[in-house]
Design a protein around this ligand. Structure first.
Ligand SMILES: NC(=O)c1ccc[n+]([C@@H]2O[C@H](COP(=O)([O-])OP(=O)(O)OC[C@H]3O[C@@H](n4cnc5c(N)ncnc54)[C@H](OP(=O)(O)O)[C@@H]3O)[C@@H](O)[C@H]2O)c1
Length: 160
């Protein structure tokens, strides 16, 4: 998210930050990624489903299908489906509606949040949450350079 909690605009990301993308790729590799239907739509066709991880889409549309993806009509159904999953983690990977739903449902054990420096005129935001419920640690950072239009820090949060 940017300095005003912005995460997207016009159903797209607002930055290209290869080191952050690489962190996302490595962290979610071989795991389960759960995304909102709009997030799924925003991924260029040639890159979806995201490779080497199980892609799960949430939609209210009971007819919705996407090749090689699992689809659920509620977060509850999705989490129930994976409740006996021992090998892989279930990552909620946005966008804004899905982040909010997961935070409101109180179903998160940990979070990885990249704080991007600057403000990018977003139309979609990461929800407010109570820092008091979490302990956090900085696990990565990147300076502005020729590949990164801005600097950022990555924080890992664990529920208290
Ligand atoms: N920076 C980041 O970390 C990050 C990560 C991911 C995405 N993004 C950005 O976020 C934006 C997309 O976010 P968004 O908030 O517009 O959409 P979203 O959260 O990706 O998806 C919203 C969709 O999820 C489905 N949904 C919502 N609530 C539901 C529920 N209770 N049960 C079942 N399905 C439900 C609905 O699909 P239907 O309409 O099909 O019913 C809804 O339209 C884009 O700009 C994207 O680039 C940023």
């Amino acid at each position: 998210m940017d300095a005003k909690r912005g995460i997207g605009k016009n159903n797209d990301l607002m930055w290209h930050l290869p080191a952050d993308m690489n962190f996302f790729k490595e962290t979610t590799k071989n795991q389960i990624v759960v995304m909102g239907r709009r997030n799924y739509d925003s991924i260029p066709e040639k890159y979806r489903p995201l490779p080497n991880r199980l892609n799960v889409i949430l939609t209210r549309n009971k007819e919705f299908q996407a090749e090689n993806c699992l689809v659920f009509n509620s977060l509850k159904d999705c989490l129930t489906h994976f409740e006996n999953e021992n090998e892989r983690k279930v990552f909620i990977i946005g966008g804004g509606e899905i982040y909010k739903m997961a935070l409101d449902a109180n179903c998160l054990d940990e979070m990885f949040i990249t704080y991007v420096d600057g403000v990018f005129d977003a139309d979609t935001f990461f929800p407010e949450f109570d820092e008091i419920d979490w302990k956090s640690e900085i696990i990565g950072s990147q300076s502005k350079d020729e590949k990164h239009i801005t600097s950022f820090k990555i924080l890992h949060y664990l529920r208290n």
